[in-house]
Design a protein around this ligand. Sequence first.
Ligand code: ATP
Length: 298
Amino acid sequence: MLNLENVRKTYGSLVAVDDLSFTVKDGKIFGLLGENGAGKTTTFRMIMGLLEPDKGTITLDGKKIDYKETDKIGFVTEERSLLTKLTVYEMIEFYGTLKGMNKEKIDKKLDYWLDRFEIKDYKFKKIKELSKGNQQKIQFISAVINEPKLLILDEPFTGLDPINVGLLKDAVKDLQKNGCSIIFSSHQMEYIEDFCEELIILVHGKAVINGNLNEIKENYAKKNILIKGDNIPVEKLEKINGVEEVEEKANEYVVHIKDASVSKEVFDVIKNFNITKYVVADASLNEIFIHYVGGKNE
Ligand code: ATP
């Protein structure tokens, strides 16, 4: 279990991370979100023991993170860090040895992951000769080769096609099932919605949202009504008090309402039309993110 308590980090007069507290339990995937410059990388670096917090404590399974604990953390960084002149085998052997593994175990694990990611033939190829997507898979393998207790994934799916995203997603879910604690950071909210029960949204280093994703969505008053049907009276809907916008998508209308109570009036307006879909849904995480992050920057 990873635990951060009241962590603060400044660079000169800039407060990069301010009074940050959260816990990632074993077998849980925790979302750490924030716009560019919000303090995510600084937080990761403190967790990795690369930066010392000015205040607060960070522990993994109750122990302060020093070089021994760092071996138990895997990190897929946003800026890739591959030794591109080496072969896949040489680089993974290098990282595995640094993490205290013997060659036999490294070889066995590497074969497992190469097979799983359908790139067995690349074991002795130079990394620079691999496609971006395959380099991404090698980056992932280097982070998980020693079965870390904590895995930090910063935009792990960038540059991957949907099939390869699927392969990596399954791998992340299996690591979770095996008890790994995972921090997941991405600007692609659909991945966060897919993976994370709990999350934090950082704005200027401070958590403006912290908690369970379902509860965050339920407590967020604004809702969306998804409607499919013929000749929907858009102008009439727009005039209803509490309707903020009627969005016309390729296959349906999305009526953005200020809270669930507006739904009844919307329904009254369209009930005599030929409707094939009428669903009142929570706002998306993307909308919630824009609301909090956008609002703070205005
Ligand atoms: P991104 O999504 O763009 O990677 P981030 O959320 O990871 O952003 P950080 O890199 O942690 O954000 O930066 C937080 C703040 O601290 C920013 O204002 C950044 O300019 C500043 N910062 C980061 N590293 C340093 C440093 N070494 N010296 C001074 N300021 C820094």
